[in-house]
Design a protein around this ligand. Structure first.
Ligand code: F6P
Length: 328
């Protein structure tokens, strides 16, 4: 069934991630290819309420596939949580002649889109863009692969100075309340210990492991700590705890922070974004709505957006076992 959609909006929402620009580019270029108008919506739901729109054609997205961040900006928007705010947004979209939109963001952004669809019967499709990789219905979210490479590169640099000074480093990484970045980057960077919220193995085990590392002849160590870790101590408190209970270590801390959200997207993220943008536009034109585009076994799939929001991504137990073996 070919729908009556003639003009599609596209926007980015929530925490930005590398690959969002590649996804914007793909949505715009697919609209151009299929002869559908496309409008960029700036600053997510905030710009939607304000009518901050800009028509976009194939040329509008030149030279952005390799750029981190999002040319459409992003924001978190409290007013959109109200019926009044959503009604204002709907009026703005209709005034602009926009018949459907593609939202590139995380579960919070998808929640807004789902409610908007329910209230106004307005077609919406989601593309998962967040470095956390915590969205049900896709093996990878846009930005996760790039963030992993950013973190591994940073840890490689920290390891240089850790080994020069025989130091133990606690490195905090993002992930809000999941340990996917910590676990994958920890294995990739050869961290001696990885602390993630999904597996709180306690401080005694950490001390034991660090003691074993020292006794086995390791002169320096790297411990990756997910920001949502559940030991009950932040990285600075972990440093103090180890200094107090294991004074053999000279301890330092490095919090990677928002650098994990930036940088040129990896090839994988660029290709995934390009694939997802095409699928999102084609799905809208086929009359589909309230779905999220995802990738599973390297095939694109569609998941009901209410499942994507409520579902949880499981930590990879096999990878946890690999990480334990690698610290031998
Ligand atoms: O969701 C992406 C993310 O980077 C999380 O990993 C992190 O906890 C959060 O956003 C930080 O949010 P903000 O950019 O608002 O400080």
């Amino acid at each position: 069934m070919v729908s009556e959609i003639k003009k599609i909006g596209v926007f980015t929402s929530g925490g930005d991630s590398p690959g969002m620009n590649a996804a914007i580019r793909s949505v715009v270029r697919t609209c151009a290819f299929l002869k559908v108008d496309c409008v960029g919506i700036y600053r997510g739901y905030e710009g939607m309420i304000e009518g901050d729109f800009k028509p976009m054609d194939a040329r509008s997205v030149n030279n952005i596939i390799n750029k981190g961040g999002t040319i459409l900006k992003s924001a978190r928007c409290e007013p959109f949580r109200t019926e009044e705010g959503r009604k204002k947004a709907y009026e703005q979209l209709r005034a602009e002649g926009i018949d459907a939109f593609v939202v590139i963001g995380g579960d919070g952004s998808f929640t807004g889109a789902m409610i908007f669809n329910q209230e106004f019967d307005f077609p919406v499709i989601g593309i998962p863009g967040t470095i956390d990789n915590d969205i049900f219905g896709t093996t990878f979210t846009l930005g996760f692969d790039t963030a992993l490479n950013t973190v591994v590169e940073a840890i490689d640099k920290i390891r240089d100075t850790a080994s020069s000074h025989n130091r133990l480093f606690f490195v905090e990484v993002m992930g809000r309340d999941v340990g996917h970045i910590a676990l994958n980057a920890g294995v990739g960077a050869g961290a001696e210990e990885i602390l993630i919220p999904e597996e709180n193995l306690g401080l005694d085990r950490l001390l034991e492991s660090l003691k074993r590392s020292k006794e086995s002849g390791k002169s320096s160590s790297i411990v990756i700590v997910a920001e949502g870790d559940k030991t009950g101590k932040n990285v600075f408190e972990l440093k103090e705890y180890v200094e107090e209970h294991l004074p053999i270590y000279d301890v330092r801390v490095s919090v990677l922070g928002h650098m994990q959200r930036g940088g040129p997207p990896s090839c994988y993220d660029r290709v995934l974004a390009s694939r997802m943008g095409v699928k999102a536009v084609e799905s809208l034109l086929e009359g589909k709505t309230s779905l999220m585009v995802g990738v599973q076994d390297n095939r694109l799939i569609l998941t009901p957006i209410n499942k994507a929001i409520k579902g949880h991504t499981k930590i990879d137990k096999e990878l946890i076992r690999v990480s334990e073996i690698m610290t031998t």
